[in-house]
Write a protein that binds this ligand. Structure first.
Ligand code: HEM
Length: 471
C-alpha cells in the first residue's frame, strides 16, 4: 500500500503531456511492478487475487495450446443483464453450438453485402455534418455520432429486414443502460439489485419490454418465414440464422431437444449480446482513430491521398477498394494498439494447470492486460508511446518482436467474432470522412483516456471539421 501511495503521489505531481498519455498512471504502475516482479505477478482486485500475465508466450498458451484448461470467468449479474446471455458469456457445448451457427453471419461474403448499406449510413451522417458546417468550420463531438452510426450498422447486421423494429427495441435497451445509474450500490451492496427502488423497477420494466418486443419480432419473422436467403445460400442476418437453426433442431430432435438447442430466449439473448459487443467497441475505435488523425495531419493527408487514388470518383469504397487501403489499415492497427477499446480480458483455470514454470491452482483468475502488452517497450521498442503506423507496414505479425504482442480482439477459439465487421465499418467510415472533410482537434479537447468498461475519452472528442469535397 505504501508503495502504491508513493507512486500515486509521484505520478499525480507530474504534468501530463498531450500526446498518448493513455492511462499513464495505471500503465506506469504496471510497468513498475513488472520491472520488480517480472511479466507475471499477482494483483489484488478488492478481495480477489488475479494473476496478471503479460508474457506473450504464456498468453499464447492460455488462449491456444492450453485453452481447454481455462474458461471465461462469469460476469457480474448486472453486466450480464446488459450484455445478454449470449456468445460473450456462454461456455461449453452451448457456446460452441451458437458460435458455429452465428459464424456465417460474419463471413466476408455476407459482410460484403452490407457495404452499400453501411456506406449509405456514413454518407447520411456526412450530409448532416456538411449542412452543419456550411461554408466554414464546425465543431463536432464525434463520439456521440459514431455511437449512432455503429448502432445503425449492428442493428442491420442482426435484424436485416426487421431492422426498423430492431432499432426501436434497442432504443429501449439503451434506456436500460441509462437506468444502470445505481450501479455502484448494485455491485457492492449484496441484494441491492433485488430491492424495489425506482431505478430497479424501471429497469425491470424496460427489460420485460425489450424481451416482449424481441419475441414478437422473432415470432413474426418465423410466421412470415421471412428468412431472407442471401445469394450464398443462408439467411443473411443473425436473427434469420438463429431462427433457422432453432426450428430445424426442435423439429429433428423430438421428443426432447438437446440442452444446447436454440430457443427463442437464446435468440433474444444473442441479439442483446451483439448490440452490446458491437456498438461501443467499434465506435471507440472510430473515435480514437479520428482523434489520432486530428493530432497527426501528416498521416491524415497520406490516408486521404490513398483514398482518392484507390477510389477514384467513387464516394463509397467498394469491397475491392477497401482491401487496397493499406495506409488506412496501418492507421487502424496503430490506433487499436495505442487505444484498445477492450483493455483486458480474464480467464479462470478449470483445473490445476501448469503455465510456463508456474503451477496455477484451479479457480485462479488470470488477467491478460491487453493494453499493457500493447505498451511494452521490450516488445514494441522505445517509441512504444508514439503514434507510428509504419510499424504495421509489413503486416500485424511483423509489427513487434512477438506475433502475440498485438491482441485487440483477443486470441484463439474465443477471439472476437465481429472483428471483420468492425474493421470493415471503420475503414469505410474513415475513408468517406477523409474524402469530404479535413479536421483538427478543437481547443476544447482534453486528452484523458479513461475506462468505463471500455477505453474512451473522458471529456468526449470535440473535433473541428472543414468541408473539402469540392476543393
Ligand atoms: C469477443 C474486442 C467488435 C462481438 C471479443 C473479445 C475482444 C473483443 C477482446 C474477446 C474477449 C475475451 O477473450 O474475453 C472487440 C473490439 C471491437 C469488437 C476491440 C471493435 C473495435 C465487435 C463487433 C461485434 C463483436 C462489431 C459484433 C457484431 C463479439 C462477440 C464476442 C467478442 C460476440 C464473444 C466471442 C466468443 O466468445 O465466442 N471482442 N470487439 N465484437 N466480440 Fe468483439
Amino acid at each position: 500500500v505504501r508503495e502504491l501511495m508513493s507512486l500515486m503521489l509521484k505520478a499525480s505531481s507530474q504534468p501530463m503531456p498531450l500526446s498518448h498519455n493513455i492511462l499513464p498512471r495505471v500503465l506506469s504502475f504496471y510497468h513498475h511492478w513488472k520491472k520488480i516482479y517480472g511479466p507475471t505477478f499477482l494483483v489484488w482486485f478488492g478481495p480477489t487475487p488475479r494473476l496478471a500475465v503479460s508474457d506473450p508466450d504464456l498468453i499464447r498458451e492460455i488462449f491456444t495450446s492450453k485453452s481447454k484448461f481455462y474458461e471465461k470467468n462469469e460476469s457480474h449479474p448486472l453486466i450480464r443483464k446488459l450484455e445478454g446471455d449470449g456468445l460473450l458469456s456462454l461456455q461449453g457445448e452451448k457456446w460452441a453450438h451458437h458460435r458455429k451457427i452465428i459464424t456465417p453471419n460474419f463471413h466476408m461474403e455476407n459482410l460484403k453485402l452490407l457495404i452499400p448499406v453501411m456506406g449509405k449510413s456514413v454518407s447520411d451522417m456526412m450530409d448532416k455534418w456538411e449542412a452543419m458546417s456550411g461554408a466554414g468550420e464546425v465543431e463536432i463531438d464525434v463520439s456521440d455520432w459514431f455511437q449512432t452510426l455503429t448502432e445503425d450498422i449492428i442493428t442491420r447486421t442482426a435484424f436485416g429486414s426487421g431492422y426498423e423494429d430492431g432499432k426501436a427495441i434497442f432504443r429501449l435497451q439503451t434506456q436500460q443502460e441509462v437506468f444502470a445509474a445505481e450501479a455502484f450500490q448494485k455491485v457492492f451492496i449484496p441484494g441491492y439489485r433485488f430491492l424495489p427502488t425506482k431505478d430497479n423497477t424501471t429497469s425491470w420494466k424496460l427489460d420485460k419490454e425489450v424481451k416482449k418486443s424481441l419475441i414478437k419480432l422473432i415470432e413474426r419473422q418465423k410466421r412470415n418465414s421471412c428468412l431472407e436467403i442471401s445469394n450464398i445460400g443462408h439467411p443473411k442476418d443473425l436473427l434469420g440464422l438463429m431462427i433457422k437453426a432453432g426450428t430445424k433442431e426442435i423439429r429433428s430432435s423430438s421428443p426432447t431437444p438437446p440442452i444446447w438447442a436454440v430457443t427463442v430466449n437464446d435468440i433474444v439473448e444473442e441479439c442483446k449480446t451483439f448490440f452490446f459487443a458491437g456498438k461501443q467497441t467499434t465506435s471507440n475505435l472510430l473515435t480514437w482513430t479520428t482523434i489520432l488523425l486530428a493530432m497527426h495531419p501528416e498521416w491524415q493527408q497520406l490516408a486521404r491521398e490513398e483514398v482518392v487514388k484507390v477510389c477514384g470518383a467513387r464516394d463509397i469504397p467498394t469491397k475491392d477498394d477497401v482491401t487496397k487501403l493499406k495506409t488506412l489499415s496501418m492507421i487502424l492497427n496503430e490506433s487499436l494498439r495505442l487505444y484498445p477499446p477492450v483493455i483486458a480480458t480474464i480467464r479462470k483455470a478449470k483445473i490445476d494447470v501448469e503455465l510456463g514454470s508456474y503451477k496455477i491452482p484451479h479457480g485462479t483468475e488470470v488477467l491478460i492486460p491487453i493494453i499493457a502488452v500493447h505498451h511494452d517497450p521490450l516488445l514494441w521498442g522505445n517509441d512504444v508511446n508514439e503514434f507510428n503506423p509504419t510499424r504495421f507496414a509489413d503486416g500485424v505479425s511483423r509489427a513487434s518482436k512477438h506475433p502475440m504482442a498485438f491482441i485487440p480482439f483477443g486470441l484463439g477459439a474465443r477471439t472476437c467474432i465481429g472483428q471483420n465487421l468492425a474493421i470493415l465499418q471503420a475503414k469505410l467510415a474513415i475513408a468517406i470522412i477523409l474524402r469530404r472533410f479535413s479536421f483538427d482537434l478543437s481547443p476544447r479537447y482534453k486528452h484523458a483516456p479513461t475506462v468505463v468498461m471500455l477505453l474512451h475519452p473522458q471529456y468526449g472528442a470535440p473535433i473541428n471539421f472543414r468541408c473539402i469535397k469540392d476543393s
